[in-house]
Design a protein around this ligand. Sequence first.
Ligand code: SAH
Length: 496
Amino acid sequence: MRLTSENSSGSGAGLRGARQRDNPFCMDYLPVFLQLQARPVVVVGGGRVAARKVELLRRTGARVTVVAPELRDELRGLAATGELQHIQAPFSPSHVNGAVAVVAATGLTEVNAAVSAAAQAQHIPVNVVDDPAASTFIFPAIVDRSPILIAISSGGQAPVLSRRIREQMEALLPARLGALARFMGERRKAVKRTLRTAARRSFWERIVGGIVGARVFAGDEAAAGKDFERELRTSHLTRSAATGGRGLGECYLIGAGPGDPDLLTLRALQLLQQADVILYDRLVPAPVLERARRDAERVFVGKQPGNHTSQERINELLVHYARLGLRVARLKGGDPFIFGRGGEEIEVLAAHGIPYIVVPGITAALGAAAAANIPLTHRKLAQSVTFVTGHVLDDEALDWRSLAGARQTVVFYMGVGHLPQIVAKLRAAGAAADHPAAVVERATLPEQRTLRGTLETIAGVAQAANVAPPALLIVGDVTALATADSLIGSELEAMA
Ligand code: SAH
């Protein structure tokens, strides 16, 4: 528990710096993780900074004693309930006796120096807040996914940089990383019993980088457990040559969002990084694909004139690649379950016993709404929002009367080819001619255009502007709030 330190010999940070320059193999600090459960730690100081350190130390289960003439409220509360010990007195060297670590957070240089000296005299690790030269240990920036812990330090040189690195890691690491570590820990013995040493590593790699890990990250440990059992049962079997020694593949049905790559979810990004092959749609732009693993095979399965991949063919390809033992990402524009035929794809996967996971995406309506400043619901203007496909024009089941009503927003997907017909249906069902409407083309992409009008004008406006798919028609009072591309929008509105 005791740490000897260069500081205790009085050398200070200067010598450390010099040594560091001379010897490239020298570290300024040794990163270690202290076990503080039920061990005595002394914090000197009763203010805001001390309170922060106390909170951190208490999370490790340390027995914290605070030395200070006065405590701020939250510390006083903890003292009152016995969750920390309070020594109400000015600091004296004997206060550090028996401590396994000491923190000086008084904000007073002299008192902090006295705490540092007293601790170092007894070779007790000491941290003086914001004063690395007076400290024998420093607090790193922490990413806590217990039991996974990441500590980041700049050796006190650039705390802002450490914090920034921490934020970046926070953003990129799955929230349930700790859950996966525990999940694996609980199964280590079983794996040891079942697999030879040589096979274990690649087994665990498959768990971490495959559907089992993905399921734990998605919070479905029950399903993860089942897949894990299956992997373990089958992993010792001789695998067929066709799968190149790999097991049964798996599929990630991923929503790519409306086009802007920054609107991918973190989970989409994580799974795109581990997929071996990516089947993508016409709506998935290149910048999104670029976020995928460099060496992943990319297969275009978009439906476009001259290169039409039928849904049946897509289903076949999904099964084909999974059967090769590959991790297949099925990347679809927007959300896979909003007019994306995701439902049919998971049916096929389930029928073939291929494990899959679905990752939601930001659907085009939400992307367009944000990008064009159209609040889809509004306390005064719209109490509900409906997503409709413009393909169902002849579908008698569609209740046009209810879509034509006021105080709601209706978003038509795949409707730009039939704008006049859609508008006519709404008008026939009772919608007013001056009911506001907007068309948002290529929402969230650099070429995005927003055109505003009314049910009477919008079809003409869109036609004059040569609007082409992908675009959405949004109908409702809220579209009057849209930030339209003023030139195009108003000019054409005037023309119409
Ligand atoms: N699953 C997708 C929708 C697929 S249907 C989603 O959730 O967004 C295809 C239709 O989506 C297009 O015809 C168009 O109406 C709409 N769409 C997709 N991306 C769009 C974008 N960037 N801007 C406007 N509309 C878009």
